[in-house]
Design a protein around this ligand. Structure first.
Ligand code: SAM
Length: 262
């Protein structure tokens, strides 16, 4: 049998630790009439366990060389789509499918973690929960709370839609080939009551600008906004223009955006 040549450029570190796979599927409750999207099934290590839910399963894999490992999974409820996940139009792909809740469960290709998350957030698809293997460093950033050094714009975007939990850390030796970094599994659960910004585009821009220069304070990063109004809102949260964006909670950002965009 020919040896599979893993492509580092595609983030091909395959999960080989059964205990980790079991912990991943145990972290989510999927019913038979739900749909799971898996990004990057690779040789099917996680796919095999996702099949245990007997739900609809749609997997996106960029590398056709793994077709021979995945063909056996295809059935009336399971489809493997050989496409770059970043290039698919999710809203179009899912609009004719019938399912109850949508889950995204994946051991992500790390080189495109942020674009994948941004794509999901920017699409209209309604995802109930995501369980994702990411680089541990990224997991810390995504699950960070205000005041932590890891708290950034992406943390705020995600926390607008989802509760983010870092479930457990995964040692690099759980993968083949062994990557340079440790990993962690995170769970993103759609918030039940999203406190909406009146103008989401304005809100997202404000957050991006507030974090534009990591080391600068709010006065500097937001100098093109009405600083008097900002100061007034910040006071309610015991903050000032001298503080940095990493101290500003989601609620405060929404309050700022709603006040400034009036
Ligand atoms: N799910 C498998 C596992 O747990 O062993 C493989 C995970 S591996 C970390 C990431 C997978 O994503 C690889 O199979 C890789 O070929 C695939 N991949 C990389 N870029 C992709 C893209 N843009 N769209 C879809 N799949 C991609």
């Amino acid at each position: 049998m020919s040896e599979f040549k893993h492509k580092h450029s595609l983030g091909q570190n395959f999960l080989k630790d059964r205990k980790v796979l079991i912990k991943i599927i145990d972290s989510v409750d999927v019913a038979e009439n739900d749909l799971i999207i898996e990004i990057g099934p690779g040789q099917g290590a996680l796919t095999k366990y996702l099949k245990l839910f007997h739900a609809h399963l749609r997997c996106y894999e960029i590398d056709e060389r793994v077709r021979k490992y995945l063909d056996g999974f295809v059935d009336a409820k399971t489809e493997i789509v050989y496409k770059d996940f970043l290039s698919v139009n999710l809203d179009e792909e899912l609009k004719n499918l019938t399912y109850n809740n949508l889950y995204i469960i994946a051991n992500l290709p790390y080189y495109i973690t942020t674009p994948i998350l941004e794509k999901i957030i920017n699409s209209k698809v309604d995802v109930l929960a995501m369980v994702l293997m990411v680089q541990n460093e990224v997991a810390l950033r995504l699950a960070a709370k205000p005041g932590c050094k890891d708290y950034g714009a992406l943390t705020v975007y995600l926390s607008y839609f989802y509760d983010v939990d870092r479930l457990f850390v995964v040692n690099k030796t759980s993968f083949d080939p062994v990557p340079k970094v440790d990993s962690a599994v995170i769970k993103l659960t759609k918030k039940k009551d999203i406190k909406l910004a009146n103008n989401e585009e304005y809100f997202f821009n404000l957050v991006r600008n507030a974090f534009a220069m990591k080391r600068k304070n709010l006065r500097n990063n937001l100098k093109n906004y009405n600083l008097d109004k900002i100061e007034e809102v910040l006071k309610k949260y015991n903050l000032s223009l001298q503080d940095r964006a990493e101290s500003v909670s989601l609620e405060c950002f929404i309050d700022l955006a709603n006040t400034l965009s009036k």
